[in-house]
Design a protein around this ligand. Structure first.
Ligand code: GLA
Length: 327
């Protein structure tokens, strides 16, 4: 009996040693399109938590264009990684990314921005985690409608800046979700102005929104929407430079990372009225964990996971963050 127990124990120890040795051999890449953006830094931070927990190596790579994506994937292959998660700088790189991953014998899953084929349809075979873009956009739109009413504005006197990045489907879904709610509430279509940004950052949004504001100097009250906090912050900064005060601007973003929180922390309110907080923890931690389980246990991730958002305003963001477990 004793011998038997000892043998079982030995077996268990050997098994544990084998699994942890295996975990140490697992290398997973996490490629993001904009490493300087707080959302992506948070994603990386939470992916690191998963790596620590499971004992695998996480290789974080920033890739701002197609060429960098290609070399990042080759690099991961050369380092002996088994898989990677990517938020691509351009969703049209889809088939190329899938081919490059296969050539390097790497599993691939996407986060935030879903890959598309040449005809623009999503690559449904690649597991993806994104936000529920339309619904979150609608929450933005509802917040704008409520605040327009609260301020007693007549919608015909209000302009809407649509900071747009139409080559990215999730961006289109987000802003269109917001606009659909505005229009249903009676917002005039003619007062909606497109501000196409060249890149999804604040500077590009500021430039795009400035053009709209200068062209429509007769409009004194504004709302602003965009795919993320950075886009809306750009529109808010643009409004400030042309002398539109915070009481005449309502900007509602999507994200809730540092860039939004820093805005709420300013001593006086700005035109950045609110944000729908989304979860970098789910997008970073869960995707890294999914990839690990795929590599280590052969358990394939869900093909499509869409995460929710929660509205936060200047006066309640702390309690919302607490509720969401991110404070
Ligand atoms: C896109 C945006 C990011 C962030 C994520 C969330 O990638 O560019 O700013 O909003 O979606 O999924």
């Amino acid at each position: 009996m004793r011998i038997f127990r000892a043998a079982v124990l030995l077996g268990t120890v050997a098994f544990m040693a084998a699994t942890s040795a295996f975990a140490a051999d697992v290398k997973i890449g996490f490629i993001v399109k904009q490493p300087e953006e707080s959302w992506f830094q948070d994603e990386w931070k939470f992916a690191d938590v998963a790596a620590k927990e499971k004992g695998f190596t996480l290789i974080k790579i920033g890739a701002e264009d197609g060429e960098k994506v290609q070399s990042a994937i080759d690099n991961l292959g050369a380092q002996g990684a088994q898989g990677f998660i990517i938020c691509t700088p351009d969703v049209k790189l889809g088939p190329g990314i899938v081919a490059k991953a296969a050539a390097n014998d790497l599993k691939v899953m996407t986060v935030d921005d879903r890959l598309v084929s040449a005809d623009g349809s999503p690559l449904e075979d690649v597991p993806h985690m994104g936000i529920s873009a339309t619904k979150i956009g609608e929450a933005v739109g509802q917040t704008l409608v409520d605040e327009i009413k609260k301020r007693g504005w007549d919608m015909k006197d209000v302009g809407a800046i649509r900071v747009s990045y139409d080559q990215l489907p999730t961006a289109v879904d987000r802003v269109n979700g917001a606009l659909s709610v505005l229009k249903t509430a009676g917002f005039p279509e003619a007062n909606i102005f497109d501000a196409p940004q060249a890149k999804t950052d604040t500077e590009a949004a500021l430039n795009a929104a400035t053009v709209v504001l200068n062209k429509n100097a007769g409009i004194k009250k504004w709302v602003a929407i965009g795919l993320n906090d950075e886009a809306v912050l750009g529109a808010v900064r643009a409004s400030e430079t042309v002398g539109i005060t915070a009481d005449n601007m309502i900007g509602v973003g999507i994200g809730g990372a540092d860039s939004a929180i820093n805005e709420f922390k300013k001593p006086t309110a700005t035109g950045f009225f609110g944000t729908v907080i989304i979860s970098p923890k789910r997008h970073g931690y869960e995707t890294a964990l999914n990839m690990y389980e795929w590599v280590a246990d052969g358990k394939e991730p869900e093909k499509l996971t869409l995460t929710a958002g929660q509205l936060a305003l200047r006066d309640n963001y702390q309690s919302v963050r607490k509720e969401l477990g991110i404070e």
